[in-house]
Design a binder for this molecule. Structure first.
Ligand code: ATP
Length: 506
């Protein structure tokens, strides 16, 4: 199965099993906006909780906030979003399709990376066990040519983006001979800047309405509350403020399902530190955030860092944690050392001193900030694509199983009476009532037990508990494991501990 087919399977599975639906589905959907269904909302809540627990509950010096989506319009002036939150766009005159100009070039680079991967695969087959990937990619002439081209194209793109040189980006697209994937033509318009913020009106027009924005990131809600929280929480630097919530971006091209949406959710933490210590903290957060991902039991080779060489003017270090999605390695989370840019700028625009008096050094300063910022929906997509597995079973049948980390699975346990009579449903309900306050349980009595197991596999339920006639005699049940499909017989009194052990995400 190639990657495109695999991705299609994930998206249709997500719809078929109540994870993700297009928004306003009965009206044929709304572009790049999605709703989470009965299983999706559980998975999403569990990811959010897993993050919150790791960031807030497990750190004495990090607290939360829940700021409003609407903010004073000057916030976005101070943050630089009004003037600079732009993406370069370009249209193809034949297909009338609009593209992000930088993404066209990045896709071109990705194609060269694919060619390198193909060379590696070919060589692997040829050399067998003796194959040394590192040596091959650093010596093979064809691979070296590809790498050189990637570097040159990347360099031209970043230089043009940095200098806001729109004509230079267009020239690059022309020089590379990039064609529109729809029309196949090179008939491009000029590149123009497009601001990604959604604007709306606050108050009635008669009152004199104010133009305000839907927030394009949650971070600013943290910065404007810095002083409130530092003072009322008596927080001592270094400390952090965490927030999860919706953000809105009028993305020029929104594709790849929930990877790039116009309404999405972020989980962000701003960590305030003493100036001069920020690069140390940046390093720590870089490691800690990768460890958070790995703690879910996902193989390390699915992740990589992408350190930024070209930095935003306010940053002095930045990296992305990339995940290998079905369409390649892409940004999942950003970690940025933002200096005192945000608090400094808000101080200027608001006229309020956003400082910290450090009792250890006896001086006042604007703290420096390390930001960790992850898209909840992207993490959801990462989990969907990691979990989706097609398996051939020994009896020749097939199953689709969602191998979610147990801590994130929508339902933790399914309660299944073997038959719908002989008092088994009543006994099953009794067992379920005991477990429900602590775990998401699903009760199912329809269809054969085999079919019910398949349905639970398809939504990723880690454990199935089956109640049969023997249960009525000695209170024992069978517990089936989603991944190994092995069954053990245990006393129903042990279920709480068995499930707890399986699903705790420590
Ligand atoms: P990209 O380069 O993919 O547009 P970005 O660098 O603009 O992302 P940030 O502003 O750093 O992203 O936002 C932090 C995180 O928010 C990203 O790592 C990503 O997980 C998530 N995110 C950003 N834009 C979107 C979107 N349109 N849809 C879903 N998630 C998003």
């Amino acid at each position: 199965m190639n990657q495109e087919e695999f991705f299609k399977k994930i998206t249709s599975h997500a719809k078929e099993y109540g994870f993700v639906f297009p928004s306003s589905d009965i009206y044929d959907g709304l572009s790049a906006v999605y709703d989470y269904g009965q299983n999706g909302v559980e998975l999403k809540n569990n990811i959010r909780q897993y993050w919150w627990k790791a960031m807030v509950q497990m750190h004495e010096n990090i607290v939360g906030v829940d700021a409003a989506i609407f903010m004073h319009p000057t916030v976005w002036k101070a943050s630089g979003h009004v003037d600079a939150f732009n993406d370069p766009m370009i249209d193809n005159k034949d297909s009338k399709k609009r593209y992000r100009a930088d993404v066209l070039v990045e896709d071109y680079i990705a194609k060269i990376e694919e060619k390198i991967n193909k060379e590696v695969e070919k060589a692997k087959k040829r050399f067998g066990d003796a194959f040394d990937k590192e040596q091959f990619v650093s010596t093979n002439a064809r691979v070296l040519d590809y790498k050189k081209e990637i570097e040159e194209v990347g360099h031209r793109l970043y230089a043009a983006m940095e200098a806001n040189d729109l004509a230079g980006i267009k020239q690059l697209i022309e020089d590379l001979g990039i064609v529109c994937p729809i029309s196949g033509s090179r008939n491009w318009t000029d590149v123009r800047q497009f601001n990604l913020m959604f604007a709306t009106q606050m108050g009635s027009v008669a009152e004199g309405a104010n133009e305000i924005y839907l927030r394009p990131e949650t971070a600013q809600g943290i910065f404007v509350n810095y002083l409130n929280i530092q003072k009322t929480g008596r927080m001592k630097v270094p400390f952090g403020i965490a927030q999860t919530g919706k953000a809105f971006r009028n993305e020029i091209v929104a594709r790849q399902f929930i990877f790039r949406m116009r309404e999405f959710e972020q989980m962000e933490m701003q960590f305030f530190v003493r100036p001069g210590t920020e690069l140390e903290w940046f390093k720590r957060w870089k490691e800690e955030r990768l460890n958070w991902h790995l703690s879910l039991g996902i193989p390390a080779e699915k992740y990589r860092y992408h350190d930024h060489e070209k930095l935003a003017h306010y940053a002095n270090a930045a990296t992305d944690i990339e995940f290998e999605f079905p369409f390649g390695f892409k940004e999942l989370e950003g970690i940025h050392s933002r200096t005192d840019f945000d608090l400094g700028s808000h101080s200027k625009y608001s006229g309020k001193k956003l400082q910290y008096f450090d009792p250890e050094t006896n001086e006042s300063y604007i703290p420096y900030v390390i930001e960790t910022s992850i898209g909840l929906d992207r993490m959801f997509l990462a989990m969907l694509s990691h979990a989706y597995t097609e398996e051939k079973l020994e009896d020749g049948s097939e199953r689709v199983v969602m191998k979610f980390p147990a801590a994130l699975a929508p339902y933790k346990v399914a309660i299944l009476p073997l038959v719908k009579k002989d008092g088994l449903p009543e006994k099953a309900r009794e067992i379920m009532n005991e477990l429900m306050p602590d775990f998401m349980c699903q009760y199912e009595e329809k269809d054969s037990i085999g079919k019910r197991y398949r349905r639970q596999d398809a939504i990723g339920t880690p454990l199935c508990v089956t109640i049969d006639n023997q249960t009525l005699e000695d209170n024992t049940v069978t517990v089936r494991d989603r991944d190994t499909m092995e069954q053990i017989r245990v006393n129903a009194n042990e279920l709480y501990n068995i499930i707890r052990k399986k699903v705790n995400g420590k």
